[in-house]
Design a protein around this ligand. Structure first.
Ligand code: AGP
Length: 577
C-alpha cells in the first residue's frame, strides 16, 4: 500500500508534495520519491530516497507540476532504483503507482527493446505508456490501462504536457479541487490543508488535471460528470495534540469516540435474515468475532465471522436471504472489498461498518454505518476497533429489540480504565521477553487475538492469541517462566474455567498477567500481575478488557524503542491482496 500525490498549479510543487507525502507516510514508508517538471527546461527532475519521507533531502526542484510517492514494497526490495516515480526510457514520462500489476512480466516481455532499471511491476507502466504515446497523453494512458490486469492508482506526467493524467482500478485515489491549482492523492489527509472540495475516482475512470480544470473520462475516453464532495474534517484531527505517538492519542480518544458512535443513526435492518456473514481483516475481523457472539446471544441469528481473505476463496454458501457485513477502518482493504463484491454477486444484502467516509467499500455497500472514530493514523488500530464494537452492539440491540444494559455508560467505564492503569510497572517486567501467550474464552476469545496482534505488530514480540480451552491441546507445551501468558478473566460465566487455565499455567512456572474485574482478590492467587477493569455487564467486557492490552502493547513497544506509529513491514491500509 503506497501513498501517492500529485500537484499542478501556480505554486512551486516540491514542498507541497513533500508535505503531502508526510501525511501519507502511514500508508507505507520503505522508500520515497518526487518528480517535478522543470518550468524552464521542461525536463523531468527526480529526487528519491530509501527509508522514510524525511530522508528526501530538501532538494530545490523547480516547477509547478509534480508527483510524489511513498512506498510499501510489493515487488523488489526498498532501493533507490525501485523507489517511485518511475521514468520511461526517454525520461520524458514519470509515473507513480499504488497497487499490483498482475501481468507485468508479460508486458515487460513485450517491451524487449525498452531499458528497465528496477525490479518493480510499476516501472512497466511508464514504458507501456511510452510505447502507446503519440502526442496525446490521456489517450496513451487509456490505451495502456486497457492492457493492464491488476490494481492501480496511477498518476502520470509528461515533460511536454502541462497536465497530470490519473487512472484508477481497485486502489483509492481522490482529486482535490483548488483555486488555480488541482491536486490528487491516495486519501484526503494529503489534500485537506489545500482544499476541502474533493472528487473520488471510481474503478476504470481516468482524470486529466490541469491547473484550472479537471476532466473525467470512462475507460473508453467518454467524458463523465462526477459530483464534488466537501470533506468535513481538518488537519487538527491529524495532529498528535501533545501525545508522543498517534497510537497513544487514539487510545485516549476512545471514550469520546464511543460517545460519538453511540449517537450514530443506524439504518433499519431486516430482522429475518437467515444468516449474517461478517468478513474483515486483522483487528476488524476480531471486532467481527465479538459481533458474532453478541448478535447470536441477543438476536439468535446465525453469524459467520470470517477473515475476508478466506471468505473470498471459500465459495461461500451465501445468498439473497443473508446479510453480509464488511468491517473496515480504511474502507480500502483489498481482501474485504473482494469479499464484499463476491457477496453482492451472490445476491446478499450488504452493509458496511466503515470509518473513512466515501471510501471504496463504503460506496459499494447497499448500506453503510460510519464509525465516528475520526482519522486513525497509528498503524495499530485501537479507537476504530472499539467504535466497530459499539456499532455491533447497537446492531444487536436493533436486531433483538432489546437494549444492552450498561451500553450507554461504557464510555465512562473506558475512561476509568485509562485513568487507573499501572501499565508501565507491568510493562517493565515483560518488555524483554521473546514470546507471549494471550488466552480468553467466549466473548473474550477475540480479545485474546486482538491483544496478541497489538503486541506483535508494534513490539515485534512473537505473541499468540488462543481460546483458553485450547491450551491443553498443545499451546501449554510452550509455557515456561520465559513465556508469560495474558489471561483475560473478568468475573463472567466462564471465570472459573479461566481460573483453572491459570492454575495449569502456574503449575508449570508460567508467569501470568490477568485482566480481571475490580474487587476480585481471588485472582491474585494465580496471577503475577493484575490489570483491573470496572464491573460491567458481561456482554460489554470486550470493550473494556482490550484497553489494558492496547496500553500494554504500546508501553512495551515504546520501551523497546520501536517505531510505534509506523511499525516495520506494515502499512495502515492494505490495498493489495
Ligand atoms: C490492526 O492493528 C492492523 N493494522 C490491521 O490488522 C488492520 O486491522 C487490517 O489491515 C484491516 O484494516 P481495515 O480495518 O482498514 O480494513
Amino acid at each position: 500500500m503506497c501513498g501517492i500525490i500529485g500537484y499542478i498549479g501556480h505554486k512551486q510543487a516540491y514542498d507541497i508534495l513533500l508535505e503531502g507525502l508526510k501525511r501519507l507516510e502511514y500508508r507505507g514508508y520503505d522508500s520515497a520519491g518526487i518528480a517535478v517538471q522543470d518550468s524552464k527546461s521542461h525536463k523531468i527532475e527526480l529526487n528519491k530516497a530509501v527509508g522514510h519521507v524525511e530522508k528526501l533531502k530538501k532538494k530545490e526542484l523547480k516547477g509547478t507540476i509534480g508527483l510524489g510517492h511513498t512506498r510499501w514494497a510489493t515487488h523488489g526490495k526498498p532501493t533507490l532504483e525501485n523507489a517511485h516515480p518511475h521514468l520511461d526510457c526517454s525520461g520524458d514520462i514519470a509515473v507513480v503507482h499504488n497497487g499490483i500489476i498482475e501481468n507485468f512480466l508479460e508486458i515487460k516481455d513485450s517491451l524487449k527493446n525498452h531499458k528497465f532499471v528496477s525490479d518493480t511491476d510499476s516501472e512497466v507502466v511508464a514504458h507501456l505508456i511510452e510505447k502507446n504515446y503519440s502526442g496525446d497523453l490521456r489517450q496513451a494512458v487509456i490505451d495502456s490501462i486497457n492492457e493492464l490486469y491488476g490494481t492501480y492508482a496511477l498518476c502520470v506526467m509528461h515533460k511536454d504536457h502541462d497536465e497530470i493524467v490519473v487512472a484508477r482500478n481497485g486502489s483509492p485515489i481522490v482529486i482535490g479541487i483548488g483555486d488555480n491549482e488541482n491536486l490528487v492523492a491516495s486519501d484526503v489527509s494529503a489534500l485537506v490543508e489545500h482544499t476541502k472540495r474533493v472528487i473520488y475516482l471510481d474503478d476504470l475512470e481516468i482524470a486529466v488535471l490541469k491547473k484550472d480544470s479537471v476532466e473525467i473520462f470512462d475507460k473508453n475516453g467518454k467524458r463523465i460528470d462526477k459530483k464534488e464532495t466537501v470533506i468535513d474534517w481538518d488537519l487538527t484531527h491529524a495532529e498528535k495534540a501533545g501525545y508522543k505517538h498517534f497510537m497513544l492519542k487514539e487510545i485516549n480518544e476512545q471514550p469520546d469516540v464511543i460517545r460519538n458512535t453511540l449517537n450514530v443513526e443506524l439504518p433499519e435492518i431486516k430482522k429475518d435474515y437467515k444468516n449474517i456473514f461478517i468478513a474483515a481483516c486483522g483487528t476488524a475481523w476480531h471486532a467481527g468475532l465479538v459481533g458474532k457472539y453478541i448478535i447470536e446471544k441477543q438476536a439468535r441469528i446465525p453469524v459467520h465471522a470470517e477473515t475476508a481473505s478466506e471468505f473470498r476463496y471459500s465459495n461461500p454458501i451465501i445468498g439473497k436471504d443473508d446479510l453480509f457485513i464488511a468491517i473496515s477502518q480504511s474502507g480500502e482493504t483489498a481482501d474485504t472489498l473482494a469479499a464484499l463484491r463476491l457477496a453482492k454477486e451472490n445476491g446478499a444484502k450488504t452493509l458496511g461498518i466503515i470509518n473513512v467516509m466515501n471510501s471504496t467499500i463504503a460506496r459499494e455497500c447497499d448500506d453503510v454505518i460510519y464509525t465516528r472514530a475520526g482519522i486513525e493514523i497509528g498503524v495499530a488500530s485501537t479507537k476504530a476497533y472499539t467504535s466497530q464494537l459499539i456499532v455491533l452492539y447497537m446492531l444487536a440491540e436493533q436486531l433483538s429489540g432489546e437494549s444492552i444494559e450498561g451500553l450507554e455508560n461504557v464510555a465512562s467505564n473506558v475512561q476509568e480504565v485509562l485513568e487507573k492503569n499501572h501499565i508501565s510497572d507491568v510493562a517493565k517486567k515483560y518488555f524483554r521477553v521473546y514470546n507471549f501467550l494471550f488466552i480468553g474464552r467466549n466473548l473474550n476469545f477475540p480479545t485474546a487475538l486482538e491483544g496478541a496482534l497489538k503486541l506483535k505488530e508494534i513490539s515485534y514480540i512473537h505473541a499468540e492469541g488462543y481460546a483458553a480451552g485450547e491450551m491443553k491441546h498443545g499451546p501449554i507445551a510452550l509455557v515456561t517462566d520465559q513465556v508469560p501468558t495474558v489471561a483475560i478473566a473478568p468475573k463472567d460465566s466462564v471465570y472459573s474455567k479461566m481460573v483453572s487455565n491459570m492454575q495449569e499455567i502456574k503449575a508449570r512456572n508460567g508467569r501470568i498477567i490477568a485482566v480481571a474485574t475490580e474487587g476480585d482478590k481471588q485472582i491474585t492467587q494465580y496471577a503475577d500481575d493484575v490489570l483491573y477493569i470496572p464491573n460491567v455487564n458481561e456482554l460489554l467486557t470486550p470493550l473494556l478488557t482490550v484497553i489494558p492490552l492496547q496500553l500494554l502493547a504500546y508501553k512495551i513497544a515504546e520501551m523497546r524503542d520501536c517505531d510505534v506509529d509506523k511499525p516495520r513491514n506494515l502499512a495502515k491500509s492494505v490495498t493489495v491482496e
